[in-house]
Design a protein around this ligand. Structure first.
Ligand code: HEM
Length: 457
């Protein structure tokens, strides 16, 4: 690859805080503005200098060499408080073995099994809604996604109280975690209320996960069979079976993987669904096309995995949502050796910031980049998945999202189930500015007014 890339510094860094202000207050416009300065743009997170690859090929290079550009940097250092050495946060040296052990749980045939849960949970939610009701979309979608991931993880319904408890602990822990990227270390150790809340949320989450695993091990076929590799067709049984063989996962690793799945599989999906619902309220034509497809293909019955190939507009709608509103808006890497990138010398231990909006909103890559237009995906190479290349909503290379197919199936089935029954308009009080200090990109508050589309049965 020719070294014709240009490196630059983003303007406007302040002493001490660097670009923390725009990153906290208008993160998406700030990150989307970077490609105009160069292909590799230096920003400052507090005192830490970080480099943002803005050229798609440069970004590919970084993401496809996970030995040189390893997991690390401010985000993953903090994430390890939460998910320890799980698949998403572990360094390269532990990664391949873990990925091999977890991969079977995401096999296509397994995802088919999970789709029943996905539709079932969406239907359940839909039937609790009342005509004329106003719902707060993100908490509703977060609850839905968390119930879905716990049911597919543990193959049984986790109690509503446990889910609500998990949801609260996650919210507090994630807000605290993200603030910690920007707040200097000494302040984080003071016994301030926010620090205590964060510490308590972490203890809580770890306790809840231990409790869920212990429950799982002591019930059903696992206990009856007297050993652990009875396959219940869920995520956890795959992890436990992996624990029983030669390259076993330890108890601590099992714990970390469960938290990784809860963390990776709930907030991201919830944010994607919330933005998709928002986009529908803003784009009546898109909503009309979607309703039309859902009515024609499903004719009033709940969707199954067999319907997925027949819902192309639903998939395009989701692809476009993930492009324009990528839930994973910022993740980091750290260099493991000194190197030159785009003509810049980067010493070992340099932070790189990967930001999908920097690519997804670039008009040179996506014509009319700020418009929501699902039809741009009409000629996608892979049905149901956005084309490779510029799209980085799920990352790329060996560390690409393990749950991508899972997430796309869940988003499509949920969207189809909810829009089959309800028409939604955004209600006063909606504030779609990005939630501050949030690990995922989501609106602060999306209130939706519900009108039934078909008479209730
Ligand atoms: C729309 C929803 C989702 C989005 C936008 C998303 C995004 C991402 C991104 C960008 C990465 C790569 C991070 C990096 O390179 O540092 C990732 C990794 C990962 N995601 Fe997702 N994700 C989603 C849903 C899910 C779901 C549903 C699950 C599991 C049930 C999941 C599990 C994981 C795991 C385990 C990894 C780590 C993979 C590895 O390092 O080998 N994700 N995700």
């Amino acid at each position: 690859m020719p070294e014709t890339y240009a490196a630059a510094n983003a303007p406007g860094a302040l002493p001490l805080v660097g670009h923390a202000w725009p990153l906290l207050h208008r993160p998406i416009p700030f990150l989307s503005s970077l490609p105009q300065y160069g292909d590799l743009v230096e920003i400052r997170l507090g005192r830490v200098r970080a480099h943002v690859p803005c050229h798609p090929q440069l970004l590919r290079r970084v993401l496809s060499d996970d030995r040189t550009y390893d997991k690390g940097g401010p985000l993953f250092t903090r994430l390890r408080d939460l998910v320890g050495n799980g698949l998403g946060s572990c360094p390269h040296r532990d990664h391949r073995r873990q990925r091999r052990l977890l991969q079977p749980a995401f096999h296509r045939t397994r995802i088919e099994t999970y789709t029943h849960v996905m539709t079932d949970e969406a239907l359940r939610l839909s039937t609790t809604w009342q005509p004329g009701q106003i719902i707060d979309a993100f908490p509703a979608m977060f609850g839905l996604a968390l119930r879905t991931v716990t049911r597919t993880l543990f193959s049984s319904r986790v109690g509503e109280d446990d889910v609500a408890h998990l949801q609260r602990s996650f919210e507090t822990a994630l807000a605290g975690l993200f603030r910690r990227i920007f707040v200097p270390a000494p302040l984080q150790r003071l016994p301030l209320p926010a620090n205590r809340r964060y510490a308590r949320a972490l203890t809580d989450l770890h306790g809840s996960v231990d409790h869920l695993i212990a429950d799982y091990l002591s019930t059903g076929e696992n206990a009856a069979a007297g050993h652990h590799h009875q396959d219940r067709q869920d995520l956890l049984s795959t992890l436990i079976a992996a624990r029983d063989d030669d390259t076993a996962l330890s108890d601590g690793e099992l714990h970390d993987q469960v938290l990784t799945m809860l963390l990776g599989g709930a907030e991201t999906v919830a944010a994607a669904l919330t933005w998709a619902l928002y986009a529908l309220t803003r784009n009546p034509r898109v909503a009309h096309d979607l309703h039309d497809e859902v009515d024609t293909v499903l004719a009033g019955r709940p969707p199954t995995h067999r319907d997925l190939p027949h819902l192309p507009r639903t998939h395009r709608m989701i692809s476009e949502t993930l492009r324009l509103y990528p839930p994973a808006w910022l993740f980091t890497r750290i260099t493991t050796r000194p190197l030159n990138l785009a003509g810049r010398y980067l010493p070992s231990g340099t932070t790189l910031v990967i930001s999908p909006p920097a690519l997804h909103h670039n008009p040179a890559l996506y014509p009319r980049a700020t418009d929501f237009c699902p039809d741009r995906w009409a000629d996608g190479e892979r049905p149901g998945l956005p084309p490779r290349g510029e799209f980085t909503g799920f990352g790329a290379g060996a560390r690409r999202c393990l749950g991508d197919t899972y997430a796309l199936a869940e988003a499509a089935l949920t969207l189809a189930t909810l829009t089959q029954r309800w028409r939604m308009e955004h209600a006063p009080g909606t504030d779609i500015r990005p939630a501050p200090l949030s690990a995922v990109h989501r609106p602060r508050r999306l209130l939706l007014h519900l009108t039934p589309r078909t008479p209730a049965p």
